[in-house]
Design a protein around this ligand. Structure first.
Ligand code: ACM
Ligand code: ZN
Length: 746
């Protein structure tokens, strides 16, 4: 009889769990291995006792609960009467994964068990997610219903990281702590902290004060100074904060490449001796550490000896990526090293460099990690390979018996545009490549999300990472056999309220919308149609150049434009802005639709639809790929516009784009001249560029030539290109691009 009753209760639970509307359930991300939802709710209120034998963990739990919900739970013991949240470690769980836990919410209380404190900590995060976002948003002393459930959970991978690049853009100490809490909430366990690169050195090293005095600051093209660094005290504070939250911090000091900030302070460690500036452009720099000099190694080892003391964790990341060999090929000291060590070439010299540093770190008891270029010329013993270029590095390293962190750019570089790497693609990531068999698969420790910050100052970090960081949270934690994008997607929709409650300024899931512009010749109007890609969002727009807000007109059907205007379109979710507005500029000028004769030919890859693109009334945006820009590679631009008849001209304004990291430069100068016969051009006006070319900001610029209402039929526009990338540029000597769109004639 007893058996029958429990069997029937079990049936009820199963039936109920199927019938309860999924929408009402707390959206757990990552999805636990096993969840059973039961009927009824536990009421969380200030009257609940917390019985946790580990005092630090209990303090953390009470204070995090207070921060998240405003509730003041009571510390209590086994003897306390009343409803309780009980945390217990179980010797029986000896063989269990240290992060595994079970969590039961029932009438008489909440019970959490795990093998040790780490598992209890992961369970706490699940419990926080079970609390309604409304309570979190109010942060008022209220009560919240937590559905009865039985959860048993453990991670799929032991390495679940986020790499934050704090070199290209500095993030404050408080921001890093905030991210440690966010990572914990989504069951990540590793913060990979990219502390040095060409554009800034961010860690105080007492022995070499120049690294932060000089190397932490860059002088931008506009003369402003950008930078910052973490003192050793800051770092100790952050490391301690992370430790209490079971997050490992892995510092990365990039070498031998991406080292301009270091070389700016100590140029004697380079092949040429410098001098150098902390880089203000992005890309791969040719000046790198010189392994021909023993003094370079002593310098790096002295730096690392301080780093080791600051980071008690097991791992040190030494980069190893993107180190061009140009300088080493020319450097007598590097060549002498190759000869003396019997190395085959500069790739083996890179391997020599990495092995020498790795051997130093191993002697200090550390495990070394490097990006997949550390495979070049042979792996250092025991080094962990972080595969980023593709899955190949992961496959090669695992087949050689090396542990791997799998983080291919295609699936984990969240600085990448969600138009290309969207929520679904991130979710489809499988850290274990199918090329690996049997025990080879065990070498994959897990993966990392990556945020490179060239285009991501601190205030944009949330928008880049979220919601896609949720996809990877589930990829790294949840059982791959339970992978279910539709279910995940529904949970993400419910999790937005949680993100808002946590103060996360989330961005886009994917491409949010696309626009199509046409010209209605009969009504002389542009017609803009917007098609929505991300679901459940509002599209709003303005026509006066202002940024769209939640009060701006809602897009319902096509927008018609009958005069010169700037259209800005933006997307909102739950009244929350998802990204910067798309801008389309329309110009009803005198030359719209006029034919153009080119002297130089645009490149077929950047033709913007061909012939009429420069006079179609639609002006190019900051994005050189927006379909409006025409590109000219390594050559000047010259073309003649035929207005069809003589017209009064007061202004001719061609627009150019500069995107130095994509090798696109503004023209050195632009000459505009007028003619009535297309033979004799007079009235030449030359506008010389006064915007610095050494400037990584993406910009557009109108080169305006003013005329005093002069009558002419033909207009010639000549723009002189820099033709080759300049000496300071990573593409030095290669063809430079000139990008032009819309020549406005008034
Ligand atoms: C990298 O993206 N250069 C590791
Ligand atoms: Zn050298």
């Amino acid at each position: 009889m007893k058996l029958l009753i429990s069997f029937m209760l079990f049936l009820c639970a199963v039936v109920y769990s199927r019938s309860q509307a999924e929408e009402n359930r707390p959206p757990l991300i990552p999805n636990p291995q096993k969840v059973e939802w039961l009927e009824g709710n536990f009421i969380l209120s200030n009257n609940i006792f917390v019985d946790c034998p580990y005092s630090k963990l209990r303090t953390y739990f009470l204070s995090r609960m207070k921060t998240l919900t405003g509730l003041n739970l009571k510390p209590g013991s086994q003897r306390a009467s009343g409803k309780k949240i009980t945390f217990r470690t179980e010797p029986a769980a000896e063989n269990q994964n240290k992060e595994a836990y079970s969590l039961n919410v029932a009438e008489d209380g909440i019970k959490i068990t795990a093998k040790g404190e780490e598992g209890l900590f992961r369970a706490m995060q699940t419990l926080f997610q079970l609390i309604s976002p409304e309570l979190k948003a109010k942060k008022a002393s209220a009560s919240s219903a937590i559905p009865f459930c039985r959860i048993s959970d453990s991670p799929a991978f032991s390495w679940r990281g986020l790499q934050l690049d704090c070199s290209r853009h500095f993030m404050t100490k408080d921001f890093i702590k905030r991210y440690i809490d966010i990572l914990a909430y989504y069951k990540y366990n590793t913060l990979h902290w990219h502390l040095t690169d060409d554009q800034g050195w961010r860690i105080e090293i007492k022995r070499y004060p120049g690294l932060t005095k000089k190397g932490a600051w860059r002088k931008e093209a506009d003369g402003s100074v950008y930078g910052g660094y973490y003192t050793q005290k800051d770092i100790r504070e952050i490391v301690a904060y992370a430790k209490e939250r079971f997050i490992n911090i892995v510092p990365e000091l990039d070498m031998p490449g991406h080292s301009m900030a270091s070389l700016a302070a100590y140029p004697e460690n380079s092949c040429t001796g410098g001098p150098f500036d902390v880089s203000i452009i992005w890309g791969v720099m040719k000046d790198i550490y010189c392994p021909g000099r023993d003094s370079t190694f002593y310098f790096i080892q002295n730096v690392l000896s301080e780093v080791i003391k600051l980071f008690p964790g097991q791992y040190i990341h030494i980069g190893g990526d993107e180190a061009p060999k140009d300088r080493w090929k020319q450097c007598p000291k590097c060549q002498a090293r190759i000869k003396a060590e019997g190395l085959k070439d500069e790739n083996e010299l890179q391997s020599y460099f990495i092995k020498r540093i790795a051997s130093y770190l191993s002697s200090k008891g550390k495990t070394v990690i490097g990006w997949d270029e550390v495979l070049q010329g042979g792996l250092a013993p025991g080094i962990i390979v972080q595969s980023w270029q593709s899955f190949q590095g992961a496959i090669d390293a695992a087949k050689q018996g090396h542990y791997v962190i799998c983080s291919p750019a295609s699936h984990t570089y969240l600085n990448g545009d969600p138009e290309n790497l969207d929520l679904r693609i991130a979710y489809s990531f499988q850290p274990v490549p199918k090329e690996l068999q049997g025990h080879e698969r065990d070498f994959i420790l897990g993966g990392e999300a990556n945020l490179w910050t060239e285009q991501a100052p601190q205030q944009t970090v949330d928008g880049k990472l979220f919601p896609r960081l949720l996809s990877l949270s589930e990829v790294f934690w949840s059982n791959p056999e339970n992978s279910d994008y539709d279910g995940f997607y529904r949970r993400v929709q419910n999790a937005y309220a949680d993100l808002s409650a946590l103060g996360i300024e989330y961005g886009r899931e994917s491409k949010i919308f696309s626009t199509k512009t046409s010209f209605d010749g009969s009504r002389k109007e542009f017609v803009v149609e917007v098609s929505q890609r991300q679901k459940d969002i509002d599209i709003r727009y303005t026509l006066d150049g202002a940024e769209p807000g939640t009060g701006s007109p809602l897009y319902t059907s096509s927008i018609r434009i009958d005069k010169t205007a700037t259209l800005k379109i933006a997307a909102f979710k739950n009244e929350h802005s998802l990204s910067r507005a798309n801008t389309l500029s329309f110009s009803f000028h005198k030359a719209v639709g006029s034919p153009v004769t080119y002297k130089s030919r645009y490149d077929e890859r950047y033709r913007a639809g061909g012939g009429n693109a420069l006079l179609d009334g639609v002006r190019g945006s900051l994005d050189f790929r927006d379909g409006n820009w025409q590109g000219f590679e390594g050559t000047d631009f010259e073309a003649v516009i035929d207005l069809g008849s003589s017209k009064e001209i007061s202004k001719v304004a061609p627009r150019f784009n500069q995107n130095v990291n994509s090798w696109i430069f503004l023209p050195l100068s632009v000459e505009v001249s007028l003619s009535d016969d297309n033979i004799n051009f007079t009235q030449a006006k030359t506008i010389t560029n006064d915007t610095p070319l050494k400037n990584s900001e993406i910009l557009t610029k109108d080169f305006e030539a003013d005329f005093n209402n002069i009558k002419a039929r033909y207009i010639k526009v000549k723009a002189s290109s820099i033709k080759k990338c300049p000496q300071w540029h990573p593409g030095a000597g290669s063809d430079a691009w000139l990008f032009i769109d819309e020549i406005v004639v008034e």
